[in-house]
Design a protein around this ligand. Structure first.
Ligand SMILES: [Cu+2]
Length: 272
């Protein structure tokens, strides 16, 4: 169960997206997936064909503008496969990833594979070795996958990341996972602003706390998270790794949380 900022866990089951956003004091985007099924609960750009998860070799990704309804208004977003956030991209350690990225924007784009160990020139950051993906061009990223775990990817061009161009990136290990579970949930937390990205960035550069309405500190965040259960959940998860799984246990779920809010800080807690 996902509990948004400032909402008691007990109130969560009946919450609607709008309540979550209002409670957060920001405009947020959430995506949640149950297993590999297209269970995207909170995808504002839903309705896109192709499901919410992409895997295999090659993987095709298309970057284009979409209309994004957020909290009663409609924004102009940059989507991956018509979704914001983009689909869950699943790779496997030990294999070669081949990702064909088509740019349908009228400006240069790029996808940076955040946190991945990559050969020079394919990390997706436009620069000396890589000029970016030009309009109408399909760029093929090829790289050996040398790690496993939970990552994400995002545009490294202009304000495209702020406009929605990011996606979860999950790498399954070559060998067995060190723990067992029957469900795998991916939750990506982000935010949306109707302010143009350039203006957002200018505000944040001039005053880093510009969008931090509640003026909370990182210390407070962690103290709250501990009090509200995030810490308990983390330690729970660590315990799972050490425990032998009870064969009568009905369901053990892995939750992966990716937070990338640009202009907001959120309190977040899990409730079992
Ligand atoms: Cu990055």
């Amino acid at each position: 169960m996902l509990v948004a900022p400032s909402i008691p866990a007990a109130a969560a089951p009946g919450l609607h997206r709008r309540d979550l956003l209002r409670a957060a004091g920001v405009t947020g985007l959430l995506t949640g997936l149950a297993g590999c099924a297209p269970g995207r609960a909170e995808n504002p750009a839903a309705g896109a064909p192709g499901g919410a998860s992409v895997a295999g070799n090659p993987i095709d990704l298309v970057i284009e503008n979409v209309a994004l309804p957020v909290d009663g208004r409609v924004g102009s977003a940059v989507a991956m496969n018509r979704m914001v956030p983009g689909p869950v991209i699943r790779l496997r350690e030990g294999e070669d990833a081949v990702l064909r990225v088509t740019n349908r924007l009228e400006e240069t784009s790029s996808i940076h594979w955040h946190g991945l160990i990559l050969p020079p020139g394919v990390d997706g950051v436009p620069g000396v070795r890589f000029a970016g993906i030009r309009p109408s061009e399909t760029f093929v990223y090829r790289f050996p996958v040398r790690q496993s775990g939970t990552y994400w990817c995002h545009s490294h061009s202009g304000g495209q990341e702020l406009l929605g161009l990011y996606a979860p990136l999950i790498i399954d290990p070559a060998g067995p996972e060190p723990f067992r579970y029957t469900g795998d949930h991916v939750v990506m937390l982000s935010d949306w602003s109707f302010e143009p990205p350039e203006q957002l960035l200018a505000h944040m550069k001039s005053l880093p706390s510009y969008y931090n309405y509640q003026q909370r500190t990182v210390g407070e965040f962690f103290r709250d998270a501990r009090r509200d259960g995030l810490g308990a959940t983390v330690s729970n998860r660590l315990d799972w790794g050490r425990m032998r799984m009870d064969p009568t246990e009905p369901r053990r779920v892995r939750r992966r949380l990716i937070g990338l809010s640009h202009a907001a800080r959120s309190r977040f807690s899990w409730a079992a």
